[in-house]
Design a protein around this ligand. Structure first.
Ligand code: NAD
Length: 476
C-alpha cells in the first residue's frame, strides 16, 4: 500500500471514493497536496448499517482474538511508520520528533489497551442466589477526531471500543484526514469487514453522526463549543457520549525553583505541538520573588534554542499553525494584546508574508487576569506569564475558569506541591512534571473540559453498558 497517496474511505472493508472531494493543505506551504472524499449522507448510512451488521459477530468474538487483532494492527502501524510520519508532518505540520511520538505511541496504546480486561463483579453469592454485574458492548461507536493529534486521538477511541466489542466509524478532522484514512485502511488486513470504518467529510458529517439513530455512542475530542453541539444532538437518541474538550491549564511556579534549570521544562509544557495541545500550559503563574528570573530564562531559552519552521526540515523544533482558521484566531490574540498595550517578553509580531502559517513563540509579560489571553484558550504559541504572591489567591485564580483539564505545580517543597496540587480543579494534576500519559491512567476533564474519560479501565468501561443478572437458585 502506498501510504502517501490514494486516499479513500473504508466502508465495510471496501475502499470507497466520492465525486465530491475536499482539499488537504500542507500548513508549512499553504499548498493543497491531496484530496479526500467528502462523504454523502447515504454513504454514512451505509457505513452505519454495515457496522451494525459487523457488531453481531465482533461483539461475540473472544476477547483474546480482539486483543490479537489490536496487536497486529500495532505491528502494521510500526511497519509503515516511516510513511505515516512523513504524511503526518505534511498534513499536520508537526516536526519529526512529534510525529514519532504520535505514531509509535499509537502502537503502544493499541497493545496496552489490548491487555485490559473488563471485570465481572460478584455482588452476592449464597446458597440461594447469585447476583453479578458485567459489561456488555454498546454497539456502533462514532469516533470524531480533531486535527492536533489526528492519529493518537483516533487510537484512544478505536482501541477501547474494539476491545469492548463495539464496532467503530472514524471521522477525522477535515483539516487532517489523511493519516486516519490510511491507518483504517491498513487495519482491514487484520479486522473483519465493517468492524472499523472511516468516512471523511466536513463538520456536517459530524452532525449527521451525532444525530444518527443507529450510532450508539459518540467518542468526541474537540473544542468545548463543538462538544456542546454534540451533547445537544446526542440527547434526541440518548446516545452515550465521551467528550474530551478544551482546556486552559494553569502552571504554578513556587519561589524555590532554579529558573534556568526549569526553563526548558516550562517551555515544552506550554509549547509542545506548537501549543496546539489541549493540555498545553496556557497560563503561567510565577511567584513574584522569581518572576523576572523565570521570565528571562524562558525568553533566553527560546531565543537560543527554538527554531520555528517546516516540520519536514530536520532542525525544526516547532511547526506552523495547522490551518488558516486557527491561524486567524491566533492572530486575533496578538492583535488584542497589542490593542491593550500588553508587553511581550519575546515574540509578538507575526509575519503575514511567511510561506506557511507560522507564528513566533511569544510570551506576554504579566497581562491582567481578565484579559482575553488569560481567560481564553489561544491554541497557538502565545503564553501569558502572571505574578503571584499569595497561595490561596493563586489557587483561586488557577481554578477561576470554565475549564478543568490539566494543571501543574513546580517547585522543590514537596509538601507545598501536594498541598497546592490537591486544591486544583483538573482531571490531571502534574507535580514537577507535565504531559505524562499512560494507557492505564484515566484522562479527562473536570467542568467544561469534558465528560467521562479516556484510557484505563475507566475509559474502557465507557464503551459498555453494565448489566446486572440475578439468579434465584432455589427455583433452579
Ligand atoms: P473542533 O471542535 O472544531 O472539531 C473537532 C471535530 O469535530 C472535527 O472532526 C470536526 O469536523 C467535528 N465537528 C465540528 N462540528 C461538529 C458538529 N456540530 N457535530 C459533530 N462534529 C463536529 O475542534 P478542533 O479545532 O479540531 O480541535 C481543537 C480543540 O480540541 C481545542 O479546543 C482543544 O483543546 C480540543 N482538544 C481536546 C483534547 C482533550 O483530550 N480534551 C485533545 C485535543 C484537542
Amino acid at each position: 500500500m502506498n501510504i502517501e497517496s490514494d486516499f479513500v474511505m473504508t466502508i465495510n472493508g471496501e475502499s470507497v471514493t466520492n465525486d465530491s472531494t475536499l482539499p488537504v493543505y500542507n500548513p508549512a506551504t499553504k499548498a493543497v497536496f491531496a484530496q479526500v472524499p467528502d462523504a454523502s449522507q447515504a454513504q454514512l448510512d451505509e457505513t452505519v448499517t454495515t457496522a451494525r451488521q459487523a457488531f453481531k459477530l465482533w461483539s461475540k468474538t473472544p476477547v483474546e482474538e480482539r486483543q490479537a487483532a489490536l496487536e497486529r494492527f500495532a505491528d502494521l502501524i510500526e511497519a509503515h511508520a516511516e510513511g505515516i510520519m512523513t504524511l503526518l508532518t505534511r498534513e499536520q505540520g508537526k516536526p519529526r520528533a512529534g510525529a514519532e511520538w504520535e505514531v509509535f505511541g499509537s502502537a503502544t496504546w493499541l497493545r496496552a489497551t489490548g491487555s485490559l480486561r473488563l471485570p465481572v463483579e460478584m455482588i452476592d453469592e449464597t446458597e440461594e442466589r447469585r447476583v453479578t454485574t458485567r459489561h456488555t458492548p454498546l454497539g456502533v461507536v462514532g469516533a470524531i477526531v480533531p486535527w492536533n493529534f489526528p492519529i493518537l486521538l483516533a487510537i484512544w477511541k478505536i482501541a477501547p471500543a474494539l476491545m469492548a466489542g463495539c464496532t467503530v466509524i472514524v471521522k477525522p478532522s477535515p483539516y487532517t484526514p489523511l493519516c486516519d484514512l490510511k491507518i483504517v485502511e491498513l487495519a482491514q488486513q487484520v479486522l473483519p469487514p465493517g468492524v472499523l470504518s472511516a468516512v471523511s467529510g466536513g463538520d456536517d458529517l459530524g452532525k449527521w453522526m451525532t444525530a444518527h439513530p443507529d450510532i450508539n455512542k459518540i467518542a468526541f475530542t474537540g473544542s468545548t463549543e463543538t462538544g456542546r453541539h454534540v451533547m445537544r444532538s446526542a440527547a434526541d437518541t440518548i446516545k452515550r457520549v465521551t467528550l474530551e474538550l478544551g482546556g486552559n491549564d494553569p502552571a504554578i511556579v513556587l519561589p524555590d525553583v532554579d529558573a534556568k534549570a526549569l526553563a526548558p521544562e516550562l517551555f515544552w509544557a506550554a509549547f509542545q505541538n506548537n501549543a496546539q495541545f489541549c493540555n498545553s500550559t496556557k497560563r503561567l503563574y510565577i511567584h513574584e520573588d522569581v518572576y523576572d528570573e523565570v521570565r528571562d530564562a524562558l525568553a533566553d531559552f527560546i531565543a537560543s534554542n527554538i527554531k520555528v519552521g517546516d516540520g519536514a526540515e530536520v532542525d525544526t523544533d516547532l511547526g506552523p499553525i495547522q490551518n488558516s482558521m486557527q491561524y486567524g484566531k491566533v492572530q486575533g490574540y496578538f492583535a488584542d494584546c497589542h490593542a491593550n498595550g500588553y508587553q511581550f517578553a519575546i515574540g509578538g509580531e507575526i509575519d503575514d508574508n511567511a510561506a506557511g502559517w507560522f507564528v513566533p513563540v511569544s510570551l506576554v509579560d504579566n497581562p491582567p487576569e481578565d484579559s482575553r489571553i488569560v481567560r481564553e484558550e489561544p491554541f497557538g504559541p502565545i503564553l501569558p506569564l502572571m505574578k503571584w504572591s499569595d497561595e490561596d489567591d493563586v489557587i483561586a485564580k488557577a481554578n477561576d475558569t470554565i475549564y478543568g483539564l490539566g494543571a501543574s505545580v513546580w517547585g522543590k517543597d514537596q509538601e507545598a506541591l501536594e498541598r497546592i496540587g490537591s486544591q486544583l480543579e483538573a482531571g490531571t494534576v502534574w507535580l514537577n512534571e507535565v504531559h505524562q500519559y499512560s494507557p492505564f491512567q484515566a484522562f479527562g476533564g473536570h467542568k467544561q473540559s469534558g465528560l467521562g474519560c479516556e484510557n484505563s479501565l475507566h475509559g474502557l468501561m465507557e464503551y459498555t453498558n453494565w448489566q446486572t443478572t440475578t439468579l434465584n437458585k432455589i427455583h433452579a
